[in-house]
Design a protein around this ligand. Sequence first.
Ligand code: DGL
Length: 252
Amino acid sequence: MIGVFDSGIGGLTLLHELMHTLPHEDFIYFADTENVPYSYKTPEQIKGFVEEAVLYLREQGCKAIVLACNTATNVAVEYLRSKYDFPIVAIQPAVKVAFDNNKENKRILACATPVTLKADRFENLINSLDINHLVDRLPLPKLVEFAEREQFESPDVLGYLKEEFAKFDIDQHRYIVLGCTHFTYFEDLIEENFPNLIAVDGNKGTARHLKNVLAKANLLSDSGTGTVRFVESKIESQNPERFWRYLNRLKS
Ligand code: DGL
């Protein structure tokens, strides 16, 4: 069994990819419904929430944990990896994917939660690629709230995006990094309404990475059937249909 963690329903966008890449695994999806959104919490609070969730998933028998939450990765993954020795695979904003594809040398719009954009880990990522001069940072915390309310195509969402993107000369950008798993639900809306933008996220790369990590540790299963248990802040979800609604929205 593999434990997949997010503050809310954002990590389902990664779970969807994991189910496709690893069809013979079973999953527990942990949404920290009680504390979502993390955007307005302190890094110390978030670290505590994530550690509790990870320990819960281990107690449930998960052989590996996936942080399907960029915010959690950016404040907690080094701490968790130094303390525990089980595999922890973590998503991070796909700035490198944008950089590798950016043949025309256009500006890159990195969107994430304010916590992620302020984290040293994120800065280090940008610096390691030496692209500080090319990257604009845009926090979009309200997208998390829209997604949690299942508001995907309302005029309010588009209005919010237009207002936020107007802070930049958007014609100068080609790649937009969806550096929060909640943002992936808005990929089509963004590409349709801002046709010069191409959206990238870290879901495919993280799924591939998890497969390699499991293979190397001899932990790949061939007997799982792709079952998913949904847990909300350590309590079995009373409303799994809600999670399936989100999963079913995603392109196969
Ligand atoms: N889905 C999370 C991420 O990838 C964070 C959402 C939130 O709780 O603000 O960053």
